[in-house]
Design a protein around this ligand. Structure first.
Ligand SMILES: Cc1ncc(COP(=O)(O)O)c(C=O)c1O
Length: 395
């Protein structure tokens, strides 16, 4: 359900300065980095997507611990913003979500009945996304057993594969289901769904091809609401919206329209703590493998974040941070617990032990970090480590 007050914020929101490092909080003082998650920005992103869907209900995809941001904090904030249907990948995630949000209307498990026994889905009030004829048969069997206990039809979503070749009924299984509709007896089809492979590339011909295949599949199946669009799919236009949007990553601030301005607000800020600052002079190298060599007098700040925290090793000699008003490069290799920054160009009083540098922040959005790392924002978010002191704003 989309809230009626879902007026769209017009475009990119201004950068938030974000909070301080949790001053006075001993846990924050001990942590090597502070991860701030802005639940108000998350809620605004949900409403922004609702506005784009223009009246079509909008679910929220909260798998992988709410894309790394904390399922039990993210999902209730989305519920308060108006979300009623939630998608996770695994049954364990669904059970955790049901515990955190008993009032959620629907919790769907994308990995379907392969993720766990039908009885557990029923006991936890969790809806499977049926991905094969075998799963359809299992759910029907569960429905038949439920019929003895005077239960109603069992709700499920049915996933048809229209071109991503991952999960969902392949064409041959769809043919069988259409020829033998009794296979769906006892099952209430809450949605027929499919998933786009190239939604972030609007010009890709597979988008239109999948849309056509999805429409054709729906026409052959019993009438049921449909769900097709992920974050980027929502921005492909109304033809892709059907009856339920299914965004994930855009909620968390990643740009669903690559190459165009990001319509979403940044949700995440990651501030690493400087442990030491040292002056070095050429010839001198920095870090494992001696992959960076100082060209002259250089100040190096060592920050308490490493690949064990999800700061990807591919950011070695490629990433950057913001210190004061200055972009400072990562020099040398990212190690398990540490990175090294060349802070020669930063204001001398800004680089000192205890100072915080933005590794993700207003000037350094997740998408930019991902690009420097040679990956996508999804991976940066879902890799965010467990050692960070987490601060949740608003919500
Ligand atoms: C089936 C399905 N639907 C929706 C989503 C949400 O996609 P996005 O995060 O790109 O919005 C995913 C994410 O991988 C998915 O697998």
């Amino acid at each position: 359900m989309c809230p009626s007050e879902a007026a769209a914020p017009g475009g990119p929101s201004p950068s938030d300065p974000g909070p301080g490092p949790g001053q006075g909080d001993p846990e924050a003082a001990r942590a090597g980095a502070i991860l701030t998650i802005d639940l108000d920005a998350l809620a605004e992103n949900y409403r922004r997507l609702c506005a784009e869907l223009n009246g079509v209900p909008c679910a929220a995809v909260v798998k992988a611990d709410g894309y790394g941001l904390g399922l039990t904090r993210v999902a209730p904030a989305l519920f308060r913003a108006g979300a009623r249907s939630f998608f996770v990948a695994q049954l364990g995630e669904a059970i955790a979500l049901r515990g955190a949000l008993p009032e959620a209307a629907q919790i769907y498990v994308l990995n379907g009945l392969a993720a766990g026994p039908a009885a557990e889905f029923q006991a936890q009030r969790v809806v499977p996304v049926l991905n094969s004829l075998g799963e359809v048969a299992d759910w029907r069997r569960a429905a038949r057993q439920g019929a003895h206990q005077a239960q109603h039809e069992l709700a499920a979503a049915l996933h048809v594969d229209t071109g991503i070749s991952r999960l969902g009924l392949p064409a041959g299984e769809l043919d069988t289901l259409v020829a033998e509709p009794e296979r769906l007896e006892g099952i209430e089809l809450s949605h027929v769904m499919s998933h786009l492979a190239c939604a972030d590339a609007p010009e890709h011909p597979l988008n239109a091809a999948q849309l056509a295949e999805f429409r054709a599949a729906r026409a052959r199946l019993p009438a049921a609401p449909a769900s097709f669009a992920n974050s980027s799919g929502i921005f492909l236009g109304p033809d892709y919206h059907f009856d339920l949007g299914r965004p994930g990553v855009a909620l968390y601030g990643i740009n669903p329209t690559p190459g165009r301005p990001n319509p979403m607000r940044q949700v995440v800020r990651l501030q690493g703590k400087i442990l030491q600052v040292r002056e070095i002079d050429a010839p001198r190298t920095v870090g494992y493998g001696a992959t960076h060599r100082a060209a002259g007098p250089t100040r190096v700040a060592t920050v308490a974040v490493g690949y064990a925290d999800g700061y990807l090793r591919s950011l070695s000699n490629r990433g950057s941070a913001w210190l004061g008003n200055q972009r400072v490069p990562v020099v040398g290799r990212v190690s398990m617990d540490l990175i090294t920054l060349d802070v020669t160009g930063a204001a001398p009083d800004s680089a000192h032990p205890g100072a915080l540098v933005d590794l993700i922040g207003p000037e350094l959005p997740v998408d930019d970090v991902a690009e420097a790392a040679g990956t996508i924002g999804y991976e940066i978010l879902t890799a965010l480590g467990q050692r960070y002191h987490r601060v949740y704003l608003g919500g």
